[in-house]
Structure formats: C-alpha cells, structure tokens
Design a protein around this ligand. Structure first.
Ligand code: CP
Length: 310
C-alpha cells in the first residue's frame, strides 16, 4: 500500500465501495487493535467523548454486542435503540426517527434494518457517519471484514485461496459481502445450495456456481456454511429442513473433501443439525468463535476510521 494512505470513506455501507487498499488498511488496523481486548484493562482513550448510537431494527447478538464492546473499549459513549423499544412502533417513520436522532448530535450511527438500502438512505438525512450492520439481503460489511481477517490470520494470506460458501445465498447479506470482499482480495469464491436459493446473476459478483456439494468443497481452504434464514423464506424454497440437512448440511464427511487444513466458518447464529452438524461446528477445524473475537477488533477499526472522517 502507498505510504500516506488516508481512509477516504465517511460511511461504511458495503464492501462494494471499498478498494483493496481500504480492506488492507481496515484489516491491518484491526490487527493492531486486537491485543487491547486481551489486556487486563481493556480500554484505550482513542474515541473518548464520541457518541455512538446502535440503531437495530432486526434482532442481533454478535453484531450489536460487538459494536458496543468495540466502542466501549475505545472509551466512546454508546446507546442502543431497538425496533421494539423505539417510537417506530407508534408509527414514526424511519426518516423522522433519523432526524430526531441526528438532533442529538451523535458522531456515528450503526444501523441494522430489514430493508436493503436503509443505511444508505440514512446518510441523506443526518451528518453523522453511518455504518451498515446488515441491510436486508444486501450487505453485511463488518461480517465480511471479520471473515477476511479470520482467514488471513489462519492462512497468512487471502490471495489464491478457494472459499466454498454453502447454503442460502439468495437471502444472505453475509454471502454478498464475502463474495465481494474475498474476490477483491484475490480468493476464488465458489457457491452451492438449493437452486431456488442461488440468485440469478451471482456470478456477476465474481462467484463460481457449483453443481454439487463435492464440487464446491473439493480442495477448499475454507468451508463456510450459511444460516437458513427462516424469517426471510416467503415461499417454500426447499422441501423441508430434514431434506435440506440431508442434501446440503455440512457433515464431517463433507469437510473431509476439503484441504486437510481447511477452516470451517459460519457467521452465526447456527441452526445446528440443519446447515451445519454439531460435531463440525465444535470440531478442530472450526474457527467460528475466532470470527466472533475478530468481530470486536474489526469493529474497533471501522469506528476508528470513520470517526477520522467526521
Ligand atoms: N453474524 C451476525 O450478524 O450475527 P447477529 O445476527 O447475531 O448479529
């Protein structure tokens, strides 16, 4: 990367608008922040005096908590609003909610919403930096970045790797951010799932669509399974969960087709016994909890970098 690099983005809305230099810089910054979380006193003054609002209109355990942990480890003041406790339940529009939050002069708003593009819309109404914590079926950039950090940490590189992504690609904002991110960084991304859950045109994002579980997993450096998103299945897109587990579930026999040192990943939450078998989720190749640990470091880096641009 050229010396004098300056992170050019006021908002982080997707991997799509990040360059390879941006991704390198976020991952390098995250690596430098990671050791703060293992200190006896897990706090640095970097963002002291900043106000960060978590605005979550969909459930979350990992993303919301790790953004809050990340902000607190950097001494920012954090506040949480969820859909069920906000005045949107009384009919207030998202734009009015955004304007009222903006009137309290926050520095950064972290938003999760079921509508693709909701955080992008927010940027038109408020001055604060906006970070997308997952919008509909569009993107989940912090997940994509923490996935890349985890693979880089274990493999020492991202270029030239085969990343197999299995499952519900259609509804997965994680898959979209991972496909964009890993291909930008030189990995080959191969996807497989029920044909009803593979969106038309996914190859235009850079992914190769495989026609069998063995094809997608053979020789893979990473086997990533995705959650079946029960909340986004409007139609019956596969016969049953039992049938899904039988045909698409990742078992130890499936993982044995990958490289001997392949990593098993899942963004969480896991439907154990459906898309991923418990012995694989908890097995020696699983780096699922490393993903969660790295999520804090990546989100510290994202907050730090957007705050530099507010
Ligand atoms: N991976 C992920 O986004 O998990 P949460 O829904 O718990 O935030």
């Amino acid at each position: 990367m050229a010396t004098g690099y300056f992170f050019p983005h006021r908002h982080i809305l997707g991997i799509d608008h990040l360059s390879t230099d941006d991704i390198h810089h976020i991952l390098t910054t995250a690596e430098s922040f990671k050791e703060i979380s293992s200190r006896p006193i897990k706090k640095v003054p970097t963002l002291r005096g900043s106000t960060i609002i978590n605005l979550f209109f969909e459930p979350s355990t990992r993303t919301r908590l790790s953004f809050e942990v990340a902000a607190k480890r950097m001494s920012a003041d954090t506040f949480n609003i969820s859909a069920s406790t906000s005045s949107t339940t009384k009919g207030e529009t998202l734009i009015d909610t955004a304007r009222n939050i903006a009137a309290m002069n926050p520095d950064t708003i972290i938003m999760r919403h079921s509508f693709s593009g909701a955080p992008h819309m927010l940027t038109r109404y408020i001055d604060a930096a906006v970070i997308n914590a997952g919008d509909g079926t569009h993107e989940h950039p912090s997940q994509g970045l923490l996935d890349m950090m985890t693979v880089q940490e274990h493999k020492g590189r991202l270029d030239g790797l085969k990343i197999a992504i299995i499952g519900d690609i259609l509804h997965s904002r994680v898959a979209h951010s991972d496909i964009l991110g890993f291909t930008k960084m030189g990995s080959e991304v191969c996807v497989y799932g029920p044909s009803t859950l593979i969106p038309r045109g996914i190859d235009r994002l850079g992914a190769t669509v495989c026609s069998s579980l063995s094809e997608v997993v053979e020789g893979a450096d990473v086997v990533m399974t995705l959650r079946i998103q029960k909340e986004r299945q409007n139609d019956s897109l596969f016969p049953s969960f039992r049938e899904y587990a039988r045909r698409f579930g990742v078992t130890s026999e499936v993982v044995a087709l990958a490289k001997p040192d392949a990593l098993v990943m899942h963004p969480g939450p896991i439907n154990r016994g459906i898309e991923l078998m418990p012995d694989v989720a908890d097995g020696r190749r699983s780096v699922i909890l490393d993903q969660v640990t790295n999520g804090v470091a990546v989100r510290m880096a994202m907050l730090y970098l957007v705050m530099g641009n507010t």
